[in-house]
Write a protein that binds this ligand. Structure first.
Ligand code: ATP
Length: 234
């Protein structure tokens, strides 16, 4: 579904992605793990068209995304849940969700999807009229994921959904990601929490200093001695 071929990107003179090649197949959960500053967020920003690729190729369903605007990339079916959630704190939960559907015109479908996300996260139904900013960190993450689902993504990009959350809440969020995937959405998950991410995903990539240094099934990565000592603290 998604393929990066030797993608390079950066900020001015900082080359954040030196050479990133990876693939995400339809129906998979693929994770990209790596330390702080390895280039994980930049990888997602480059896929979304927010940070332009300087070289290499980014293909989605066989077509190049290079040069497309972020809006056009959302319209193709790629939606990101950004690091730090970025919900609109003054707007109600419902208004935040409706914003996720801003490119859609099928009002019956939007209503059905609203009901669906509220069934996935019942707390959002309870708090639908509350300002987003009054939700807890975990609830805001649920809202950010739900807002992305309102765009009906084929490929959902998640940037560190576990950041700053308690272990129990992380487990809930990861269980929902598994369900979203089982219902047909392909997932590309960027995480510093390698342990949880590798237990959730089917395949994984390890990013170091803007380069993919390891690629394998998550089962093999969990047993890999380098991964264990560098990322799993074993
Ligand atoms: P984190 O887990 O901290 O988000 P990351 O793996 O997602 O780390 P990136 O945020 O992609 O890493 O950062 C990769 C490199 O690019 C780092 O050296 C970082 O300092 C730099 N960088 C990221 N964003 C910017 C920016 N807006 N301007 C300049 N440099 C940036």
């Amino acid at each position: 579904m998604l393929e990066l071929r030797r993608a390079q990107a950066g900020y001015g003179r900082i080359q954040a992605l030196r050479e990133v090649s990876l693939e995400v197949g339809a129906g998979e959960i693929v994770t990209l793990i790596g330390a702080n500053g390895a280039g994980k967020s930049t990888t997602l920003m480059t896929i979304c068209g927010v940070v332009p690729a300087q070289a290499g190729e980014i293909l989605f369903e066989g077509e190049s995304l290079r040069g497309l605007s972020p809006d056009a990339i959302v319209a193709r079916g790629i939606v990101q849940v950004p690091e730090g959630r970025r919900i609109f704190p003054q707007m109600s939960v419902l208004e935040n969700l409706e914003l996720g559907a801003y490119l859609r015109r099928d009002s019956a479908g939007i209503r059905r999807d609203l009901e669906h996300v509220m069934e996935l996260f019942p707390i959002l139904a309870e708090r639908r009229h509350q300002p987003g900013g009054t939700l807890s960190g975990g609830e805001q993450q649920m809202l950010a994921i739900s807002r992305a689902l309102m765009a009906r993504p084929k490929l959902l990009l998640l940037d560190e959904p576990s950041l700053g959350l308690a272990p129990l809440v992380i487990r809930q969020i990861f269980a929902i990601i598994r369900r979203i995937n089982a219902e047909g959405t392909t997932v590309f998950l960027v995480e510093q929490n390698a342990n949880q991410a590798l237990r959730l995903a089917h395949r994984g990539y390890v990013l170091e200093n803007g380069r993919v240094v390891l690629a394998d099934t998550t089962e093999k990565l969990l047993g890999n001695e380098e991964v264990k000592s560098a990322y799993l603290g074993i």
